[in-house]
Design a protein around this ligand. Structure first.
Ligand code: ADP
Ligand code: LRH
Length: 493
């Protein structure tokens, strides 16, 4: 029989990729490991339309189609057969469909400030304590519950989370994948069902589709999608941990359960994997989330500001004609001494885009600290070199993230009673050696960095199990992760 290939579509807030995955040969009674081939990459980001932040969902749909075409060609060439497609993206956002199933405008992006005026109204209708008891989510101003409450009129409309929207365009099926539903605050974490109580309290119709669990199929490809991409119409679109963080943590290459993780991309998702949610008042006050993972696990974590802070600084510097390679910025930051200023990377003041270097400076100065001034003497005579302000700003971001991770992990451990012995960093940020070392130093834990594409791997692992290529629970899936982690020891250990 021809070899089985799977296709992962993984779209983060800053970039997307389409990957062909297969299981390599196993040896000595061991199952094989994933092998991956990136066949398409594309940038992603928010776009401003009339002062409001959106995602260009139609362009994402085109990128997915292009990626599937490229995947179909690769698989045809190798004589394999595509068994399934899985899709994951960032959480909390959704597209609205009208009665004809057409998308009503581009989806709002979670960094938009439109929820600000409705948060108090939602909390008056249902107390934060009650919301936490039902959904177990940390308060974030962009949780879906606030976004839906900010919609002017939902009459006659249906909503699909972003990965489900992309799956709908491939299959015609309308479903909501469970791990992502758990990020809406409209979901009952214990019942694993939509919460009628929350919808009723906020006076919003139940606009979301029925739930689907990772491993179940949305359906097969629409004939026109098969024709356009060159894939067989019987290829199944399988639900995976469609929340990217669920997929990323499913592919942490951990050997046992005593680990902490940072899923490091645009956001840093920092926490522990638990069997049961922690829904105590202390946990709510500390603003820890209980997100649903693959196989019903709980991701007990906090969103720490993440590499968004760096992405936004580099974007501003590029606009100012001061673009510098990431490697140079990080090397200049690494050359600075420890003990510089830190900001609270969790602070909501950093959520919106724009003017990030100035906002970081203001935050440092409001704490009585200083950052090297803009236009300060360049570290080198080379006009193309990283200047003193850039070096200090990047160092401040890295120190702040490392401090934020350490604080979040300390609290997660206190609140859950779990004591991690190792910290896995996965995602694009696992390539940042400065951040990995600072994190080891700040947490006192050995850091194991990689894989970079953990999210796509988690996506593929769930597909592989659905296709019968892998069996067992998360431990067995994790044993098939392709990883060669880089180890960082904490200073002084
Ligand atoms: P998302 O899924 O949120 O779009 P990724 O997991 O793709 O994010 O991670 C993107 C981040 O990874 C970038 O913002 C960048 O800071 C970091 N990154 C990517 N490549 C490198 C590299 N070669 N060295 C250090 N950091 C990197
Ligand atoms: C990371 C992520 C995170 C959510 C945020 C909206 O990409 O999915 O888990 O909190 O985006």
């Amino acid at each position: 029989a021809p070899g089985a290939a799977m296709i992962a579509v993984d779209i983060g807030a800053s970039s997307g990729r389409v990957i062909v995955g297969r299981l390599g040969p196993g040896g000595a009674g061991r199952p094989g490991r994933l092998e991956m081939e990136i066949v398409h990459r594309f940038p992603n980001g928010v776009t401003e339309i009339d002062g409001t932040l959106h995602w260009d969902a139609r362009s994402l749909q085109r990128e997915v189609t292009d990626g599937l075409k490229a995947a179909a060609a690769v698989v045809r060439e190798s004589g394999e057969r595509v068994v399934s497609i899985g899709i994951d993206t960032w959480a909390v956002d959704y597209g609205l469909l009208d009665a004809d199933g057409e998308l009503v405008g581009p989806p709002h992006a979670y960094r938009d400030g439109r929820t600000e005026p409705v948060i108090d109204r939602v909390h008056a209708a249902i107390a934060p304590e009650r919301l936490y008891a039902i959904g177990g989510l940390q308060f974030l101003p962009f949780n879906t519950v606030y976004q839906l409450a900010a919609e002017p009129d939902l009459a006659g409309l249906r909503a699909l989370m972003i990965p489900d929207l992309l799956a709908y365009w491939l299959t015609g099926a309308e479903r909501t994948e469970e791990t992502n539903a758990s990020t809406t605050a409209l979901f009952d974490a214990r019942e694993v069902a939509w919460s009628a109580e929350v919808f009723e309290a906020i006076g919003v119709p139940q606009v979301f589709a029925d739930l689907i669990a990772p491993g179940e199929a949305y359906g097969t490809l629409l004939p026109e999608v098969a024709a356009e991409t060159g894939l067989d119409p019987d290829v199944r679109v399988v639900a995976v941990g469609s929340h990217d963080t669920a997929s990323a943590v499913a592919a942490v290459p951990a050997e046992d359960r005593e680990f902490a993780y940072v899923s490091s991309g645009t956001w840093s998702l920092v926490g522990l994997e638990l069997d049961e949610p922690v829904l105590t008042e202390a946990s709510r006050r500390a603003n820890f989330t209980n997100e649903r993972g693959v196989d019903g696990t709980i991701r007990y974590l906090q969103n720490v500001g993440g590499l968004w802070l760096l992405q936004e600084c580099t974007r501003t510097w590029a606009e100012e004609g001061r673009e510098r390679p990431l490697a140079d910025l990080l090397a200049a930051a690494a050359a600075l001494p420890a003990g510089g200023p830190v900001v609270d990377a969790n602070s909501p003041e950093f959520i919106a885009p724009g003017g990030m270097p100035a906002r970081l400076r203001a935050a440092v100065e409001s704490d009585g600290g200083t950052l090297a001034a803009a236009g300060a003497a360049a570290a080198s005579a080379d006009a193309g070199a990283v200047d003193a302000e850039q070096a200090a700003t990047v160092r401040c971001i890295m120190d702040s993230l490392a401090a934020g991770y350490a604080a979040s992990l300390r609290q997660a451990s206190e609140l859950s009673g779990k004591r991690p012995e190792v910290l896995h960093i996965v995602g694009g940020g696992s390539q940042n050696a400065l951040l990995c070392q600072l994190t080891a130093d700040a947490t006192g834990l050995p850091v194991l960095a990689g894989p970079v594409e953990a999210t796509a791997q988690g996506n593929l692992l769930v597909q592989a199990r659905a296709a019968g290529l892998l069996t067992g629970g998360l431990a067995e899936l994790r044993a098939a992760v392709a990883a060669d982690p880089v180890r960082y020891e904490p200073a002084g250990s």
